[in-house]
Unconditional design. Structure first.
Length: 145
């Protein structure tokens, strides 16, 4: 963390330093249970850091997706959907962004949208494990693969 802080002092516009700092905070945040225990403190700090990345590089799809994951953990599903949708618009070939948005739609009980995103992600996913996972998620929603 101190290395990122020092890098930002040297170059306050260095996107990778903010992104690295945000990712470190996100890693500290951990799981849903961890968010409950730490009362969302690390998630909020990481969200703010990803916001700094986006101030410098508004089309940073990784920052949008990671911030969306944090909003999802904090159950701010509308904000998560907005971030994932922007990430998809910037990089539509990344199936992880679609899977993340599908998971959030699923939590919102918007199953038709979740199924559509899972199917689109499945069409882009080449690895067998990823295809199996998406197939299982579709089956859980009662949708054909």
């Amino acid at each position: 963390m101190q290395d990122y802080d020092a890098a930002i002092v040297i170059n306050p516009k260095w996107v990778n330093a903010y992104f690295g700092r945000a990712a470190a905070l996100q890693q500290k945040a951990g799981s849903d249970f961890d968010a409950f225990v730490n009362e969302g403190r690390f998630e909020e700090l990481a969200i703010a850091e990803y916001g700094k990345v986006l101030q410098i590089a508004p089309r940073h799809a990784g920052a949008l997706s990671n911030r969306g994951q944090l909003h999802h953990i904090l159950r701010r599903y509308d904000l998560a959907i907005a971030d994932f949708t922007q990430a998809i618009e910037i990089n539509p070939a990344n199936p992880a962004f679609l899977r993340n948005r599908a998971l959030t739609y699923r939590m919102m009980r918007r199953f038709d949208l979740a199924i559509a995103d899972y199917r689109n992600a499945l069409a882009m996913t080449q690895d067998a494990d990823g295809r199996k996972l998406i197939g299982e998620l579709l089956a859980q929603l009662g949708a054909a693969v």
